[in-house]
Write a protein that binds this ligand. Structure first.
Ligand code: ATP
Length: 563
């Protein structure tokens, strides 16, 4: 459980609120105990006084228990209300802090560190697991602390009146507060692990199914997928039913135990009354007091089950987050200085856990302001060069320098401030054209947005849509054509106004006229920018100063650019 406790610093500023919530929960439970305890005394005393007449009425002081009952009733209501308010608010804050921690851990791992994880499973860890870990406070810690405090006080007070009754309560507390929750908890652990794994797989499957509904239909696989989801759901329900049965059995044992203990306390109290060791009103007082103790013991089996869930959630979250980035972040990151020249010196690179060299002793030099086309067969490593430049993957040999300094001295964020990429596998967010553009350049003005759209030849299209820049583009830009979506990503890159622009297949899917207009206005808009164009299209080459071919892991000057 080291992993769980390593997260404790997250609670930081919330510690006082956490302690206040625990205190209020204990006060509410003790008020409940006090209320039942005194009610027993008051009811029995009143009945006894009514039956025995005037003399007994004077002998029994009704005012004291009546005032006590009123006090505890009011305290119970107020402390319960305050407890719910404080504990639930703190739990939500805790979940928020855990999510921020998770995001902070996951973000630097992308994309290389999360490549092997399914999106839906990560989402499940990000949402469900953090939720469950946040529940540690309200659903595990709080019930156990409350039960511990309340049982100790109840046993202590009972012992003052009758030692035998206190012994019964100690035995019941050990059985119901320790043995039952921990035995049923151990029995639940394996089931909980199964549920957590199946739930993660189901979430991942569901996320992928929802993203690809159309593809399942066109592949004729929709019905099979529906059956698969149903089958998963049945398996999950079966495990959940077993967990509920275990918890139900535990609650049943506690109810039996409560009945048995209450009868035992009643029997020993009656005996003590007959021996003149207890007064008559004290008999129901001890019986109701022992019943009140079970109010705090009953939730413990569920609290122990939740603890099992939390342990699994912590392990799952750590497995996703506690991974070191493939490329370590420099302790003191360097700043990029002009001139922004790129140099690869005998660089060899292959992806982790693969044998094929993508680059093998490859050298390349691009000076600031150059316009270079990078060509080569599919799979030759053109896009991989971008990943290397952004330090997503480590290279095994050689040296890469940018602006005269080793690439390893920069943070990815610093490089991103100087290099903009319109990647081949881009993602557009489900929002408006404006939202997507402003994501790249939050401070861009309306005029900047219009200029960028003009350069990428999207202005006419945007002008004719009724909502203009506020047109919604759908999930992943599905309401745009492939060419429009690609040009939107080029507009994003342009808006960032970085010294370097890397465009992966910028004119893919465009007709010759639009391609020509885009390349002409791009060069006019950014005459100073260093441009690296990854392309298969010969028509782009006349716009470039030179072309480089990548083949068999090495860069070669290409004749095509001089055409
Ligand atoms: N994350 C990865 N892990 C392992 N291998 C990868 C990974 N990404 C790419 N590859 C492999 O690296 C090689 C180069 O891929 P890359 O995407 O750089 O090629 P490319 O020249 O850009 O191709 P295309 O022109 O088709 O876009 C391919 O064989 C590919 O299978």
């Amino acid at each position: 459980m080291r992993q769980f406790y390593s997260l404790l610093p997250i609670t930081g500023a919330m510690r006082w609120r956490l302690a206040l919530g625990l205190f209020l929960a204990c006060v509410a439970a003790l008020a409940n105990f006090g209320l039942l305890f005194l009610s027993g005394w008051l009811l029995a005393g009143a009945a006894f006084a009514g039956a025995a007449g005037m003399a007994a009425q004077q002998a029994f002081n009704m005012m004291l228990p009546a005032a006590g009952v009123r006090f505890f009733a009011t305290l119970r209501i107020l402390s319960r209300y305050a407890e719910r308010l404080v504990t639930h608010d703190t739990a939500l804050q805790l979940i928020g802090a855990l999510r921020a921690w998770t995001y902070g851990k996951l973000a630097p791992l992308a994309p290389a560190g999360v490549n092997d994880k399914r999106g839906g499973d990560l989402l499940s860890r990000f949402v469900t697991d953090t939720d469950q870990m946040g529940q540690y406070y309200t659903d595990t810690l709080l019930p156990f602390v409350r039960a511990g405090v309340c049982c100790a006080v109840a046993i202590g007070i009972t012992a003052v009146f009758l030692k035998t009754a206190a012994v019964w309560l100690i035995a019941a507390s050990l059985v119901c507060g320790v043995a039952v929750p921990f035995v049923t908890g151990r029995l639940s652990d394996a089931l909980l692990a199964r549920v957590a794994t199946e739930h993660g797989v189901q979430q991942a499957d569901l996320a992928e199914t929802l993203q690809s509904l159309g593809d399942y239909l066109t592949l004729g696989a929709a019905e099979r997928q529906q059956e698969h989801i149903l089958h998963q759901q049945h398996a999950l329900m079966a495990a959940l039913r077993k967990l509920a049965a275990l918890e139900g059995a535990a609650r049943g044992i506690i109810t039996l135990c409560a009945t048995g203990t209450t009868l035992a306390v009643l029997a020993s109290s009656v005996k003590a009354f007959q021996n003149h060791a207890l007064s008559l009103p004290e008999v129901p007082m001890l019986v109701l007091g022992s019943l009140a103790t079970f109010d705090v013991l009953a939730p413990l089996p569920a609290a122990r089950q939740t603890w099992g869930r939390i342990r699994l959630a912590t392990t799952r979250l750590h497995a996703a987050c506690a991974v070191s980035p493939l490329v370590p972040t420099p302790a003191i990151p360097a700043q990029v200085q002009p001139p922004y020249n790129l140099k690869l010196d005998n660089v060899s690179f292959r992806y982790p856990e693969t044998h094929q060299w993508i680059l093998h002793k490859a050298s390349l030099s691009i000076r600031q302001g150059e316009r270079v086309a990078l060509i080569g067969p599919s799979g030759s490593g053109k896009s991989s060069l971008i990943s290397l430049l952004f330090r997503f993957y480590p290279y095994q040999e050689g040296k890469i320098s940018f602006s005269g300094m080793d690439l390893s001295t920069f943070q990815t964020e610093t490089l991103a401030q100087n290099i903009s990429v319109a990647a081949q596998n881009f993602h557009l967010f489900n929002g408006s054209l404006r939202d997507n553009l402003l994501l790249a350049a939050p401070h861009a003005t309306e005029a900047d947005l219009q200029d960028a759209l003009r350069v990428v030849q999207l202005h006419a299209f945007v002008a004719q849509t009724p909502q203009g820049l506020d047109t919604l583009i759908g999930n992943d830009g599905l309401k745009l054509s492939g060419g429009q979506a690609k040009r939107l990503t080029i507009a994003q890159a342009l808006l960032r106004k970085t010294p370097w622009l890397i465009l992966d297949e910028p004119t893919e899917g465009l007709d010759a006229e639009t391609e020509n207009a885009l390349m002409t206005s791009l060069l006019k808009a950014r005459p100073d920018a260093t441009l690296l164009c990854i392309t298969h299209r010969r028509t782009v080459l006349p716009f470039m100063d030179r072309a480089i071919r990548i083949e068999n892991g090495a860069f070669h000057p290409a004749e095509e650019a001089r055409a």
